[in-house]
Design a protein. Structure first.
Lengths: 305, 308
């Protein structure tokens, strides 16, 4: 399938053909009086959050069972278990129960023998909302995409990213996942790397990363990779990072073990949270005073208009 | 007579978190001429509701929450030790209303009206009704530590293995995923429930931010080592997510944490009730704690909430 060539400009121009499908109008909901939702937020609700005070839209990119939802669940669990995660405080959520639902089988109360996360099905696609406050900083509204891995299989197979997930043009933070448990299998390694490259390629040719966007390559399930494998990954990650840096010159690598199989404490969540609340790069004079994602938000609003 | 200022306080909490007991104890103290901290100046409406609450506290009996209800709310004028008086409008009390918001996802008109009118909040949390988000991994770690410690001390390790079997058997009751109990909001952890409730409350009261909010840890006598830990430490340790939420939202909630013992002790059994009554009248049994753990009159939490 044909894909759009990358633009010469770092800032993607609004795509008139993609915009109407990407951003549905917010429906009037006079009867709805609850501010919170017991499910993940659909795009119209995301729109309401964006219009209200702006938000950092976070895309987690990875195929089925690569650990996207588990990463989100364990970030939520970490905020519930301590007053802060590396001096970042949880300041609320409009989707507490959607987080709780996803966290359920990681909890003792579920009666599960080993923690697991139910896979997100396409009909459950949506955004989880988390409001955080870095120490001494302003509130940051995070909209974390919890989308089925099937989308990323299709993107890998050639469906243009803007067609598969039109909202990706609005994302501010991109977490490109690498499944550590599969990477640890020598016969799977090449396949995994190829699939990750396809996601990064899709970001690049789809022109979805704005100049204020940030990209991180996130190794998940690092606990399932022995140290020599991790060393090898760090070597391979350099090549992947070069590709990432074509869309974000400051792209970084994060190694995570959100829910180690041996029951040891989670690793890498602090780095993930730091990445999510990291300030946008200063680009020209477009960053305003309203918040870290104001430039991107303005871009989004322009597209809505 | 000079005009009195009026404070509208919404007493909030999930069911059976100590709202009625606190109000009953406050009422008893306000009627007791030997208590200088708080007294009744005026009351409008049906006193029988408050009297039943007060009687129940005096008798050390637990309130059946269906037994007492105040759909009308109440208006009373209270005086405090330093001659300050204030008219208090308590629009509603039922914990079921908050529960309906959280678990049934339905905002009752009575609750929204109460919250629309309230300019102050008292949020009740009961130490024995906290569901913590304990992860399976954490439980296993604790078990492992317990086993290691038992072996290290050359203690018979049968009990630790028994614990493991207990956890394992709970899991094996439904080892297959289809048989595992599924999630419902009732099973969400307590912090998530309160955060969801407060998000809605803050949204309803956004024209009155910051909402002055007393976070009242009720039944303070039931916490572990109540004289060794402060209410603030307790909240940070048992509900860190809620503590973080409140601290991070100072522009929404101007909060302070209190502990209160509105009965003075446990009253689950006849023996406990008897022992409690033997300690004397309500004024000799009840007490409050500041956020730092300093013992104060029971009415301190209400007084802080009422006055600017």
């Amino acid at each position: 399938m044909a894909t759009s060539p990358p633009s010469d400009s770092a800032i993607p121009e609004p795509d008139a053909s993609a915009t109407p499908a990407a951003i549905p109008e917010v429906p009037a909901t006079p009867d709805r009086r609850l501010f919170t939702s017991d499910a993940s937020l659909a795009l119209p609700e995301v729109e309401a959050v964006l219009k209200h005070r702006g938000a950092t839209v976070v895309a987690l990119m990875g195929e089925v069972k690569w650990g996207k939802t588990t990463l989100l669940v364990e970030v939520w669990n970490a905020f519930l278990a301590a007053k802060s995660v590396n001096e970042v405080h949880m300041a609320g959520s409009r989707t507490s129960f959607a987080f709780e639902q996803r966290a359920w089988y990681s909890r003792l109360a579920s009666e599960a023998r080993d923690g697991f996360t139910l896979r997100t099905r396409e009909e459950e696609d949506g955004f989880l909302h988390l409001r955080v406050r870095p120490s001494g900083g302003d509130l940051v509204e995070l909209l974390l995409a919890d989308y089925s891995g099937e989308h990323f299989r299709r993107i890998r197979e050639g469906v243009p990213i803007r067609q598969e997930l039109p909202w990706m043009t609005r994302a501010d933070r991109f977490l490109v996942l690498v499944n550590g448990s599969d990477y640890a299998l020598s016969h799977e390694r090449e396949i995994i790397l190829g699939r990750v490259r396809r996601q990064i390629h899709a970001l690049r040719v789809g022109n979805v990363v704005a100049n204020t966007g940030r990209v991180a390559l996130v190794l998940t399930k690092a606990d399932q990779a022995p140290e020599p494998t991790l060393e090898r990954f760090r070597h391979d990650a350099n090549g992947l990072l070069e590709l990432c840096r074509e869309v974000d010159s400051e792209a970084r690598v994060i190694e995570t073990a959100a829910r180690p199989a041996d029951g040891s404490p989670a690793r890498g969540l602090v780095d993930v949270v730091d990445f999510l609340v990291s300030p946008d790069p200063v680009v020209g004079t477009t960053v305003g005073d309203e918040g870290p994602n104001s430039a991107n938000f303005a871009r989004v609003i322009a597209r809505i208009g | 007579m000079r005009d009195l200022s009026t404070a509208r306080v919404a007493l909030l909490g999930l069911p059976r978190t100590g709202k009625s007991t606190y109000l009953g104890a406050i009422w008893q103290l306000a009627q007791d001429p030997q208590v200088p901290d708080i007294y009744e100046v005026d009351f409008r409406g049906d006193r029988s509701y408050l009297q039943r609450l007060g009687d129940s506290v005096a008798r050390c009996t637990e309130l059946e929450h269906t037994e007492v209800d105040s759909s009308e709310g109440m208006q009373l004028t209270l005086g405090f030790q330093d001659s300050r008086t204030i008219r208090v409008d308590i629009p509603d009390l039922s914990g079921e209303l908050l529960n309906q918001l959280v678990e049934d996802r339905h905002l009752q008109t009575r609750l929204s009206d109460a919250l629309d009118a309230a300019d102050r909040l008292a949020l009740f949390v009961h130490p024995e009704k906290v569901d913590e988000p304990i992860s399976i991994a954490a439980a296993k770690q604790i078990l492992l530590l317990a086993q290691t410690s038992a072996i290290g001390a050359e203690v018979e390790s049968g009990s630790a293995l028994e614990d493991e079997r207990a956890v394992g058997s709970a899991a094996s009751l439904s080892a297959e995923k289809p048989d595992l109990p599924s999630f419902s909001i009732q099973k969400a952890c307590t912090a998530a429930k309160y955060i969801d409730a407060l998000e809605n409350i803050a949204n309803l009261g956004r024209d009155r931010w910051p909402l002055k909010t007393a976070v009242i840890v009720s039944a303070w006598d039931t916490v572990d080592q109540p004289d060794e830990i402060s209410p603030e430490e307790w909240l940070s340790s048992r509900l860190p997510g809620l503590a973080s939420y409140l601290e991070a939202n100072a522009e929404m909630f101007h909060h302070r944490i209190f502990g209160v013992s509105a009965l003075g002790g446990r009253c689950h059994t006849p023996e406990q009730r008897e022992a409690l009554r033997a300690r004397g009248p309500v004024r000799d049994r009840v007490y409050g704690k500041t956020s730092a753990g300093i013992q104060v009159p029971l009415s301190m939490a209400l007084e802080w909430t009422l006055f600017d």
